[in-house]
Each structure stands twice: as C-alpha cells, then as structure tokens.
Design a binder for this molecule. Structure first.
Ligand code: PRP
Ligand code: URA
Length: 206
C-alpha cells in the first residue's frame, strides 16, 4: 500500500527544501521537522499491548507500544530522517544500510550493513528521502528481509512514479509512505521536480 501524506505542514516545509536557494542548514532543519510529522502517521498502526498501571488517582488499564522499533537509514541521505523520528520514538534502535547508486548504471552498490539483533522481531522503518528508480529501496528491503525482518515499512520523502511502481512490484507486502509523489524521472535518473541530490543538499557536499 502506498500512502502519500498530503498534509499542508509537510507540503510547505517540503517546498522550502525544494527551493534551490535553500542552504544545507535550513534543508536539514526542515527535513528533521518533516520526519517527525511523517513518523506520527507512519506509526498510526503500531502494535500495542495491554498494561495495568497506577496513576496518582488509582489503578488504570491502558496500552503501550509493543516490540522494538528499528530505524534503518539508507546511507547517506537516509540519516537525514533519523533525528526527527527519534524525537518521537527515543527508544528506537538503529541499523545501517550503506548503498550508493552507480551514476552510470543507476544500480545500487552495497558497501555496509549492520543491524540490531532484534531485527527479525522488530518493526523496521527503512528510511531514504528519495525513491527514484526504486533500486536502492528495493535492495535495502531485500537485505533486511534476508536478515529475517518480517514487519517492514518504507519511509521516503519524494517518490517518482517509476520508483513507486518498481517498489510495489518487488515488495507488495511492505507499506510505502511518501511526503510527495512527483512527476517523473529525467534522463539521468533524477526526480523531477524533486529537490536535487538529497545527500549533497543535507551534507553540503558538491
Ligand atoms: C540517493 C538516494 C537514494 C537513491 C535513490 O542516494 O538517497 O538512496 O539515490 O535512487 P534510486 O531510487 O534510483 O536507487 P545516493 O546513491 O545518491 O547516495 P548518497 O545518499 O550517499 O548521496
Ligand atoms: N537521488 C537523489 O538524491 N535525488 C534524485 O532526484 C534521485 C536520486
């Protein structure tokens, strides 16, 4: 299932990020804020368990989150979504999936992977601002499934229709969340209108 979070606050902050005049400090700050807003929606159906607690007024039957939440940013740009989500889920554990996209072939190349041991039982949120061809997200989820994860959600900022289609075909069991669905990919595999190279804009490289 694909969910596009068409929320005015998200769309406004994303417009600021898209502007070519926005520098890396403001780009990062807006990304943090959007990540928090997205987390609120992405976590809407997280599993809960019954708990019995005591308030200052007496006993209370209520619910709390059940299970470990594991964030897996796709390096580098996925790191830009971690802090904003951690603000809402401070107990989340973090794994790392190192992938870069070969600029000629547009194929993902893996260079690092490290995950918490709870990955198979955890609720795994895979993070990457950009879903262009979908190759990186598909490869990351392949790897995470190989390591035993069963409950996975893919969280991206901007998606291209081509990437959404490819991801849904490869992983129909993984819910995909986007802040915006853009128009198309250009001839060198960049999302249009998009926001340019997310990693470079977050870290001020290039
Ligand atoms: C970008 C982006 C995604 C990937 C998307 O990363 O953050 O991981 O490209 O493209 P795809 O959907 O066609 O695979 P990049 O390879 O530029 O690495 P970086 O994050 O280190 O800059
Ligand atoms: N990676 C990016 O950072 N931006 C795009 O538009 C496509 C891939």
């Amino acid at each position: 299932m694909v969910t596009v979070l068409n929320h005015p606050l998200i769309t406004h902050k994303l417009a600021l990020m898209r502007m070519e005049t926005t520098g890396h400090k403001d780009f990062r700050e807006n990304l943090d804020e959007i990540a928090s807003l997205m987390a609120y929606e992405v976590c809407r159906d997280l599993p809960m368990e019954d708990v019995h607690i005591t308030t200052p007024m007496g006993p209370c039957d209520t619910k709390m989150l059940k299970g470990e939440i594991i964030l897996v940013p796709i390096l580098r740009a996925g790191m830009g979504l971690v802090n904003g989500i951690m603000d809402l889920i401070p107990t989340a554990k973090v794994g790392f999936m190192g992938l870069y996209r070969d600029e000629e072939t547009l194929e993902p190349v893996e260079y690092f992977a490290k995950f918490p041991k709870e990955l198979p039982e955890g609720i795994v949120l895979v993070l990457d601002p950009m879903l262009a061809t979908g190759g990186s997200a598909i490869a990351a989820v392949n790897k995470i499934k190989e390591r035993g994860a069963k409950n996975i959600k893919m969280v991206c900022l901007v998606g291209a229709p081509e990437g959404v289609k490819a991801f849904e075909e490869a992983h129909p069991d993984v819910d995909l969340y986007l802040a915006a669905l853009d128009d198309h990919l250009n001839e060198i595999g960049y999302i249009v209108p998009g926001l340019g190279d997310a990693g470079d804009r977050i870290y001020g490289t290039k």
